[in-house]
Each structure stands twice: as structure tokens, then as C-alpha cells.
Design a protein around this ligand. Structure first.
Ligand code: UGA
Length: 440
């Protein structure tokens, strides 16, 4: 099929490259000339495993190209809108400027029989608002939310857990077109759910709201564990064995961040309030509050471990990305912790395998370095993103590099006993401090 993808960010670039990899002819359009140039040369503007290989293969095959010119969508019959919907400045609601602009720019190029497919995460009611102008061009509108996780974006796009198509009443044509777009995924077993627009839009925010709630639930248990002497990681293992609950997304720690969960729960709350149903999702404000409290708790723990003040103490901050396998620092708890400690006068040296350039752009005041530079003579070490290289650190070796063997494991990703046995004072979130043997 001939397909266009409007917006080539985290979502669109992966979507375009993945569709080309399953045999479609794809053009990706973005207003950012630098991004289009990088993509056209097979370079990924974001860190995402498997994406560079997919981009290069697509470009070499001639089935994938990128452009800044919207008229290049002509010839495509299915047009995906994959632009961002960030949090509006000074408000909880979603900023729909890019979505609205994408529709406005695309409309003049639509011809009879085209299908426009929204993929962006939008407040419920957005599809309905745009349906009329698309139909006026003889085209159809569908809403097909995406559920990809950063770090697994290619896999999640090629083999999605499910496909959701929100279509207008009786629009079987769009369903057929989407079934053809996703023929490979459907053949390998991805279930398809066809619904109206509102359900499709809500599925996306409901899924993210549920995931955020699950994380904040376990983090709330961590708060209780901290005052009772319980261990939240064992609690999570135990309740996770119940298949109805499941162990996934029950990792207590510094909490969730990124370009999706935080802004999506806020936008959902704002939209529900607009609809006069604010009370239905009022709990999401608590989910947000619990999540943000965890960042404070990490700073508090470091402060306690350092005897009441971080001032002039060297703190190695391991991790800046909002999660491993990503260079994304949007609303990153890790970067936030680094900035807060720095603001309290700690001599922070922050490091990350991939996210240092993005962090530096946002926070040039922080000192960045290699893992070795961060650890050298540190008074405390904080692990805030669970990259494999931090989980695999050898505690005995690191012990020889630091000034004081204090580690705050803000992701509960280290083996507390092994670190304590190597002479470290180990502090996790929602678990007791383990004291290592006294060393000189
Ligand atoms: C999330 C959803 O998982 C995707 O399904 C969705 O498509 C995407 O948002 C989106 O809306 O585009 P993503 O933001 O890539 O994906 O990251 P997640 O893997 O969901 O992690 C989110 C945050 O939760 C990270 O900061 C992670 O460290 C944190 N987390 C996750 C925890 O603190 N504990 C856990 O147990 C799991």
C-alpha cells in the first residue's frame, strides 16, 4: 500500500520505518528539516533499538522516504497523523496545536477514497471534531491509537498486543484498509477491536491511566513499607503471583516519567472535568501526587544517608533517561533528582549511556561525566535509571572508587544483600537500609 505518516517523532519515525519493513511504500512528512535530513540518511534522531537498521533497510529498498513537503503525501491512500500532543503550557490539558495543524495541512491534498488515520493520543472528542472536514474532501477518518513503549517501539509496532480502530458508523471501508495495512501483524495473531471514535480515543488514555495507577499503587505501598519496616519488593513479588494482579508494572521506585504517562493522566483529568465528570478520574490526581512524592523521597534519602545535608557532597547520579533503553528525558524522574540535588548544593556528577546530550540541552548547569568520573571519590551513589550497566556494577570494584560506600537504589534494581556484603550502606525505596560491614 502507499502510505503517508505525518509527524516523524518517537511515534511517526518508528511507524513509518516499521510499515516499510512489512512491504508498504511509505513517505514520512515532518516540518523539522534537520530531522527529515537525518532520517533520509538513515540516521535515527532518537535512541531506539532496531530503528537505525530498519531505517537504512527501508531507504535502501526504496520503500521509505522522508520529506518536509506535505504535497509528497499525494499518491498515498492511507495517511497517518502521528504528531505530538504535549501538555499545554500552564495547564493540565493536551496541546492540540500540532494535530490541528496536521489536519489543516493535509486536507488540501486528500482525494476521494483516502483514509486519514489518527494515531496521536488525543482528548476524547477530537476525532469527531475533525471528521466533518475530512469527509468534505471525500475521504474517511479513523482513529487507531498506538501503544508502543519506548525501547521496544519497533517490536510493539510490528507485533502489537492489539489493534484498535475507531471508525464512523458503518465505515467498513476504513476497517478493510487498516486490515490491509496491518496484514502482517494480524496474520501473526494481533487481535483487532473495531469501535467508535470515542472508545478508540479512550482506550489509549485508559490504558496509560491504568499503568500509571499500578505504578503509583506500588509506590504508595512503598511509603507504608518505609514506616513499618516492610519490604515493598517482596510485597510486589507476593501480590504479583496472583494472576489477576500480575507482577508487571509493580516495580516501586522513583516513579514514572516520560512523554506519555504523566501528561496523559493530566490531560485525561482535564478532559473529564470539561465533560462534567471530573470526579470519575479524580483519583488520577492522587496517582500523580504519589508519583511526584517519590522524587522528593529519593532526595530525602540521599540527604539522610549523608547525615542531614548534601551541601558540598559529591553525589554520583547514575541515569538520566526516564527509563533504560531510551535517551528521552521528558519529565524524567532521574533528571529531576539530579537537578534537585544540584540545587541543594551537592556536587552532582550525572551520567547516562544515552541521555546526556538531551539532558545537557535542558540543564546545562549540571556536571556530566562518564560512569568512572561520576563514581570517583563520590560521597554517595544514586541509581535512578535501571540501565543494565548500572545493575551489573561490581560493588566491590566500585567500593574502591568512591569516598564513602553509600548507595541509594532509587529503582530497587540492585541486589541489596550483595551490595551490603561488599561493605556498602544500601538504601532502597520501600525497604530497609542494609548496613554493610565496617570497612576502612
Ligand atoms: C507508555 C506505555 O507503556 C505505552 O503502552 C504507551 O504506548 C506509551 O506510554 C505512550 O503513550 O506512547 P513509555 O512511556 O515508553 O510507554 O514507558 P513505560 O515502559 O510505560 O514506562 C513509563 C515510566 O514508568 C518509566 O519512567 C518507568 O521507569 C516507570 N515504571 C514502569 C515504573 O516506575 N515502575 C514499573 O513497574 C514500570
Amino acid at each position: 500500500m502507499k502510505i503517508s505518516v505525518i509527524g516523524c517523532g518517537y511515534l511517526g519515525a518508528v511507524h513509518a520505518a516499521s510499515l516499510a519493513s512489512v512491504g508498504h511504500d511509505v513517505v514520512g512528512v515532518d516540518i523539522d528539516a534537520a530531522k527529515v535530513e537525518a532520517l533520509s540518511n538513515g540516521r535515527s534522531p532518537i535512541y531506539e533499538p532496531e530503528l537505525p537498521e530498519l531505517l537504512r533497510a527501508g531507504i535502501e529498498s526504496g520503500r521509505l522516504r522522508f520529506s518536509t513537503d506535505m504535497s509528497d503525501v499525494r499518491g498515498a491512500t492511507v495517511h497517518f497523523i502521528a504528531v505530538g500532543t504535549p501538555q499545554r503550557l500552564g495547564s493540565s490539558s493536551a496541546d492540540l496545536t500540532y494535530v490541528d495543524q496536521a489536519f489543516a495541512d493535509l486536507l488540501p491534498h486528500l482525494v476521494d477514497g483516502d483514509v486519514v488515520v489518527g494515531k496521536s493520543t488525543v482528548p476524547v472528542g477530537t476525532a469527531q471534531r475533525h471528521a466533518g472536514s475530512v469527509e468534505a474532501r471525500g475521504a474517511r477518518l479513523a482513529w487507531n491509537p498506538e501503544f508502543l513503549r519506548e525501547g521496544f517501539a519497533v517490536k510493539d509496532t510490528i507485533e502489537p498486543d492489539r489493534l484498535v480502530y475507531g471508525v464512523a458508523d458503518g465505515d467498513t471501508y476504513s476497517v478493510e484498509q487498516l486490515n490491509e495495512v496491518y496484514a502482517t501483524a494480524i496474520a501473526s495473531g494481533s487481535p483487532v477491536i473495531v469501535s467508535d471514535f470515542a472508545t478508540a480515543e479512550l482506550v489509549k488514555v485508559a490504558a496509560n491511566a491504568f499503568l500509571a495507577t499500578k505504578i503509583s499503587f506500588i509506590n504508595a505501598m512503598a511509603e507504608i513499607a518505609e514506616v513499618t519496616g516492610a519490604d515493598v519488593t517482596k510485597l510486589a513479588d507476593a501480590i504479583g503471583h496472583d494472576k489477576r494482579i500480575g507482577r508487571k508494572f509493580l516495580n516501586a521506585g522513583v516513579g514514572f516519567g516520560g512523554g506519555c504517562l504523566p501528561k496523559d493522566i493530566r490531560a485525561f483529568t482535564a478532559r473529564a472535568e470539561e465533560l462534567g465528570r471530573g470526579e470519575s478520574v479524580a483519583f488520577l490526581k492522587e496517582v500523580d501526587a504519589i508519583n511526584l512524592r517519590r522524587r522528593e523521597r529519593v532526595v530525602e534519602l540521599v540527604t539522610e544517608e549523608l547525615g542531614g545535608s548534601v551541601f558540598q557532597k559529591k553525589v554520583a547520579v547514575l541515569g538520566l533517561a526516564f527509563k533504560p533503553d531510551s535517551d528521552d528525558v521528558r519529565d524524567s524522574p532521574a533528571l529531576d533528582v539530579a537537578v534537585r540535588l544540584n540545587g541543594l548544593g551537592a556536587k552532582v556528577v550525572a551520567t547516562d549511556p544515552e541521555a546526556m546530550p538531551n539532558s545537557r540541552r535542558l540543564h546545562p548547569q549540571l556536571v556530566y561525566g562518564t560512569t568512572e568520573e561520576a563514581l570517583a571519590d563520590a560521597d554517595a551513589v544514586v541509581v535512578v535509571t535501571e540501565w543494565p550497566e548500572y545493575k551489573e556494577l561490581n560493588p566491590a570494584k566500585v567500593h574502591r572508587m568512591v569516598r564513602t560506600p553509600i548507595v541509594v537504589d532509587a529503582r530497587n534494581c540492585l541486589d541489596a544483600d550483595v551490595w551490603a556484603e561488599s561493605g556498602w550502606e544500601y538504601a532502597g525505596l520501600g525497604r530497609q537500609v542494609r548496613n554493610g560491614r565496617v570497612t576502612t
